[in-house]
Design a binder for this molecule. Structure first.
Ligand code: OOG
Ligand code: NI
Length: 274
């Protein structure tokens, strides 16, 4: 049944997709590649990143989705990367994308990193951060320094990514289960490689197993020009992910995330040589 709530989510994701696809040409090209094979692309999930400062934490980013009917489903810990995450679903709407939001645990980093993030957040009008539309706002603080970006990267690639890109979809994820012609995640990966896309191979090109009920892969983030105080630099932006889910012994399709696989997927925004 299409009710007002189930329409609202479509508007949110269309808006997020437009900004994401414009900035990250590879994602758009991959979607077009799949469509040229007669596929309709359905999103398994869309992911966001943030810091755990109460002004911008997971709960803050989740509001717009909760208001559209989403409910919290799973919570995850990433000890090595010092991150936490939650995922949300829209009950009763089978093909609505899940929402995956992670946050960096600031208190586990150096006083310098904490100070950098605090300064950025302090420079923004609190009203702008309170806006439910924060997920569309990109980076609310300006300008950014390349030197600071590099400094943050020494401690956390994630911290540096959020510092530059702020609030936007970090990645969309194609649901392999809805593909009618491209059989499985291995076939997806082969097609991507044949067309010159660079896979994230950290921990293997396919993360997860049938036994874990979730297999995932991703292409490395596009490297795009970003304007810093010191001038323009090319750095990794957003990536595109692929997910194949399996049914458990009761015939129920798994709907959560696998922390061990996710840990490697995060690295899709790391630097790499072209
Ligand atoms: C999230 C990485 C984890 C997944 O599907 O397991 C993830 C990120 O890169 O922000 O997306
Ligand atoms: Ni993901």
């Amino acid at each position: 049944m299409e009710n007002i709530t189930s329409m609202e989510y479509k508007k949110i994701f269309n808006r997020l997709w437009d900004a994401y696809a414009e900035q990250n040409v590879s994602a758009k090209r991959v979607k077009e590649l799949f469509e040229s094979k007669g596929e309709t692309v359905v999103n398994d999930h869309v992911a966001f990143r943030t810091y755990n400062d109460p002004r911008v934490n997971i709960e803050k980013l989740a509001r717009i989705f909760k208001d559209a009917g989403y409910v919290e489903k799973g919570a995850y810990d990433f000890e090595a990367k010092k991150l936490k995450a939650k995922h949300y679903e829209l009950p009763g709407v089978e093909d609505a994308p899940r929402v995956f939001i992670s946050e960096l645990l600031l208190e586990e980093f150096s006083p310098e990193l904490q100070e950098t993030v605090k300064k950025a957040l302090d420079s923004v009008d609190q009203k702008a951060l309170d806006d439910k539309e924060l997920v569309f706002k990109g980076r609310p603080w300006n300008p950014v320094s390349y030197k600071t970006y590099e400094k943050l990267r020494e401690e956390s690639e994630y911290a540096a990514w959020v510092y530059v890109y702020g609030y936007r979809a970090n990645h969309f994820t194609v649901s392999v289960d809805y593909l009618e012609h491209i059989g499985d995640i291995k076939a997806v990966n082969q097609l991507l490689k044949d067309n010159g896309f660079k896979l994230n191979s950290s921990g293997g090109e396919v993360k997860g197993t049938k036994e874990q009920l979730l297999k995932q892969s991703s292409i490395m983030a596009d490297i795009i020009p970003v304007q810093f105080e010191e001038g323009e630099y090319h750095i990794p932006a957003c990536y595109y992910e692929f997910a194949q889910r399996f049914e458990d012994e009761n015939g129920e399709r798994y709907s959560g995330f696998i922390a061990k696989s996710a840990d490697k997927i995060f690295e899709s925004t790391n630097y790499y040589k072209k």
